[in-house]
Design a protein around this ligand. Structure first.
Ligand SMILES: [Zn+2]
Length: 364
């Protein structure tokens, strides 16, 4: 619904006594309760869903490897309102205008990316979120999140995917220490590892490969020692990909190329080049299926109450709702009912049920 006010306007709906066993409370009360709520209890709720799905074999791994993706997300910015959990930055004024302090919140999120069961879409689960604290960088937030998640879900995943920001020794070593693998984008051309890999790309002919419909040239170099800060040799994989897109202007096919380089601890004997490239691309799932949907479909960036605990708890509630909704869609709806009807259709259908059960003759 996107606002607590919109919820309050539907308070007279018979939907709530039917499903909650009582009427819905006021917008003020919902905000106040979220500020006082125990986030750990909500995390247990998310774990409960994971546990049930895991026992029902609804979260298959990728040929023996459980995969999760990690990324940071900025939820909102404001010049006016701030709270004890706000981060601050100075926005320099243009054209002689004064500098201003901008307040914002950032979180790091971990999403579990199971494989699909035959004939269905995978059930992607938002496992946990950690707010970035004042004075720390995203990596420190991510390590705190990972420590909690690995303690809570020790066997849920074996591999963590992340963007180039995470191609750091502390991140790789943290995962190695916990028996997990890392795979991140490798970008920084000032690094020895990147320079060594680039020399190999120039000297060694690539192998032909394919990712979906894309034709690829692949390079794959295991056991590289040019990143000594990481407690194991690393592997660098590059995929130069060509695909054709229809130009809007004249409808003609145009060839586009994209060039990806990843660094990983995944061993060659267990994970082929093709699978490593697939994992590299899967990192986008947290962007495409996680943040995009949370923001556009679930209004998760909206600040329902500007308080650090309320923001964290509203987000965890959104994670719970997201996980339950997608589980319902994939596992509860019969295929013949699901056929041809999108998730948007079902979410509108549910909201319509709330509005349809309001008696407009009774004032709120
Ligand atoms: Zn704040």
């Amino acid at each position: 619904m996107g606002s607590l006010n919109a919820l309050e306007l539907t308070a007279r709906s018979r939907f709530f006594p039917h499903w909650l066993g009582q009427s819905v409370c006021s917008a003020d009360t919902i905000g106040r309760i979220h500020a006082l709520m125990d986030a750990a209890g909500l995390r247990q709720g998310i774990h409960h869903i994971y546990d049930r799905l895991k026992r029902n074999k609804a979260l298959p791994d990728h040929g023996g490897i459980g995969v999760a993706a990690l990324d940071g997300h900025e939820s909102h910015t404001s010049y006016l309102q701030h709270c004890a959990g706000c981060l601050e930055r100075t926005i320099h004024g243009k054209d002689g205008k004064a500098d201003r302090i901008q307040f914002y919140h950032r979180q790091v999120t971990l999403m579990l990316l199971p494989a699909a069961r035959p004939g269905s879409e995978p059930i992607r689960l938002l496992l946990d979120v950690e707010p970035q604290r004042a004075g720390e960088d995203e990596l420190a937030t991510a390590l705190r999140l990972l420590a909690r998640v690995i303690g809570f879900y020790p066997r849920a995943f074996d591999l963590v995917l992340a963007d180039a920001l995470y191609a750091t020794a502390p991140f790789f070593n943290f995962l190695l220490t916990h028996g997990k693998h890392a795979l991140t984008v490798l970008k920084d051309d000032r690094r020895h590892l990147y320079q060594d890999a680039a020399a190999l790309f120039a000297a060694v002919a690539p192998r032909e490969g394919a990712f979906g419909t894309r034709k690829c040239s692949w390079w794959d170099f295991p056991d590289l020692l040019s990143w000594p800060q990481v407690h194991t040799p690393v592997r660098v994989v590059r995929s130069l990909e060509t695909h054709s897109v229809k130009r809007q202007l004249d409808g003609k096919d145009e060839l586009k190329t994209s060039d990806w380089t990843w660094v990983t601890t995944l061993p060659v004997h267990a994970v082929s080049t093709a699978r490593a490239v697939g994992f590299g691309h899967q990192r986008w799932d947290i962007e495409n299926h996680g943040f995009n949907e949370l923001v556009n479909g679930w209004h998760a960036d909206h600040i329902y109450k500007h308080d650090p605990n309320a923001i964290e708890c509203f987000l965890l509630i959104a994670f719970l709702a997201f996980n339950i909704f997608h589980t319902f869609f994939a596992r509860n709806l019969k295929p013949q009912i699901r056929q041809g009807r999108t998730r948007i259709f079902w979410s509108r259908f549910m909201v319509a049920e709330i509005y349809a059960a309001i008696n407009p003759a009774i004032s709120p």
